[in-house]
Design a protein around this ligand. Structure first.
Ligand SMILES: Cc1cc2nc3c(=O)[nH]c(=O)nc-3n(C[C@H](O)[C@H](O)[C@H](O)COP(=O)(O)O)c2cc1C
Length: 315
């Protein structure tokens, strides 16, 4: 079986983390992933602190396994959510969009395992110095907000730069991707896009279908000119982004177009003018499955690829 240090550190069976996804990763998805042996994550996004607390309480009813909360540091509610995870005894926090340094001492005092998502070697090193227990190295193949480097280039550079375990994210959709991440030195993987179509994922049915229908070149990066690029699936909204950026529109104007657009796609199922965030690997995602089926496919697939390696490429 595929196992690594992070399994014992996080109290999980398989080294598979479900990415925190704003508006999408709720207690239903997180508890299903944790019950299946991975680490489920509730995505706090810009949700209200009260709702995040409710989701945490609900997840505790649905699973007795560890789960985590992803805190989007740009959110006005980040500070309050950072405290709620301590009050509710959440075991793991992942953070996106910034440096969680100022919360580190509080989390450490409450025994929370802290795993920042990083897209550069410099941030990975800074996070290790401020006490991060692990880092998630996320390449720009990923859905949602992204950095510049690809997973293939980023992961080994971060593995060489830090002593804490590194988890790879971005473009991992099956056992081959998981095996490749392990070969690069990662101790586990974080997967977002494939979990979008899990039975237990409550995202709108039209969103799931858009992911399933996606072809290889259907993901595009919007808002690059604002300095906050986002990977989404091509639609009417992405064409509007292109037009605005061609006209050298101001960052404010471009960001205004994106405001509320993810919720529109996730909750209302408007996949034309809403933001359908998903990664480059969407084209590999062909059907809806349970979280358990997805996790077993990843780990069994990785095991198969690794054990076949000798026969395939070594003479
Ligand atoms: C719809 C969507 C929303 C996301 N929202 C967040 C978020 O709120 N915070 C975060 O740290 N990462 C977010 N991510 C990134 C995921 O947590 C994960 O790292 C990424 O999806 C992994 O790459 P993959 O999409 O190729 O599987 C999001 C990804 C997607 C697809």
């Amino acid at each position: 079986m595929i196992k690594s240090d992070i399994c014992s550190l996080l109290g999980i069976k398989y080294p598979v983390i479900q990415g925190g996804m704003a508006w999408i990763a709720d207690s239903s998805l997180a508890s299903a992933v944790s019950n299946a042996g991975g680490l489920g994550i509730i995505g706090a996004g810009r949700n209200t602190p009260e709702n995040v607390r409710k989701e945490i309480k609900r997840a505790k009813e649905l699973t007795d396994k560890p789960f985590g909360v992803n805190i989007m540091l740009l959110s006005d509610n980040a500070e309050e959510v950072a405290k709620i995870v301590c009050e509710e005894g959440v075991k793991v926090v992942t953070t996106g969009a910034g440096n969680p340094g100022k919360y580190m001492e509080m989390w450490k005092q409450h025994g929370v395992v802290v795993i920042p998502v990083v897209a550069s070697v410099a941030l990975a090193k800074r996070m290790e110095r401020s006490g991060a227990d692990m880092v998630i190295a996320e390449g720009c193949e990923a859905g949602g907000h992204i950095g510049e480097l690809t997973t293939m280039a980023l992961v080994p550079q971060i593995v060489d730069a830090v002593n804490v375990p590194v988890i790879a994210a971005g473009g991992i959709g099956d056992g081959r991707g998981m095996a490749a991440a392990l070969m690069l030195g990662a101790k586990g993987v974080q997967v977002g896009t494939r979990f979008l179509v899990a039975h237990e994922c409550t995202v709108h049915e039209k969103y799931k279908q858009k992911v399933i229908d996606a072809k290889d070149i259907d993901s595009v990066v919007t808002a690059r000119s604002t300095g906050h690029p986002v990977r989404v699936l091509r639609n009417k909204l992405t064409r509007e982004f292109v037009n605005l950026e061609k006209q050298y529109a101001s960052s404010e104007e471009i960001e205004k177009l994106g405001a509320g657009a993810l919720r529109k796609a996730v909750v209302e199922g408007d996949v034309d003018t809403g933001s359908v965030m998903a990664g480059q690997i969407a084209a590999l995602v062909k059907k809806q499955e349970s979280c358990e089926e997805i996790i077993l496919d990843l780990v069994e697939g990785a095991k198969k690829v690794i054990s076949n390696l000798n026969g395939d490429v070594l003479v």
